[in-house]
Design a protein around this ligand. Sequence first.
Ligand SMILES: [Zn+2]
Length: 237
Amino acid sequence: MSWGRTNIINFGGGKSQLASPESYISKEQTVETFSSKLLQEAVEEFSKLPGIGKKTALRLVLHMLRQDEDAVKRFSNSLVQLHENVIYCESCHNISDSPLCAICSSHRRDSGTICVVEDIRDVIAIENTGQYHGLYHVLGGIISPMDGIGPADLTIEALEDRAKASQDIQEVILALSTTMEGDTTNFYLYKRLKGLNIKISVIARGIAIGDELEYADEVTLGRSIIHRTAYDKTTTG
Ligand SMILES: [Zn+2]
């Protein structure tokens, strides 16, 4: 256990009758559980973050409480500033500081190749391999009916428009997760793009089925891009 009860007791107003941290963070939380509505609200906000449960949320909130006021203001300001001022590249939809991101505006990149990825974490992962020198297209997710995400929620139409408008693009590389949703999205993109006289390839499955791209090691991911195969050879459909 990485967080101590002493902290809870300090901030919880001496609720020494609590038997264990688990009982303190039960599913049914009330202001009484937390002794403070402010504390409860902060924990609820943190626990909305992906991968953060209630116990971790409490640990993070208590950590922030121990920081001095300037540190907390810097933390919250950086998020507000990011949210207010972030720009998405109008070409590839990567997070950017200007209308055209550093990759799209670089003359050293091969504008004939577009690598389609789920989100910015995949751009970072592929850039770290040092094996890819083309451009990207960030979809903003993958098609997932279970989560209510359809093609219209992603930047698929923008990709199609981009491919139609450009004279340069010769190849689109599909580099999505090797999950069922990734496969569905690959197939959908293939159907949308196949009439455009552009080579459509898919990264080699060096990545185990079910793996998400960002967790693949750099060597494996680099190889899977180099050894990509034509999409129509990977499917009978
Ligand atoms: Zn861009």
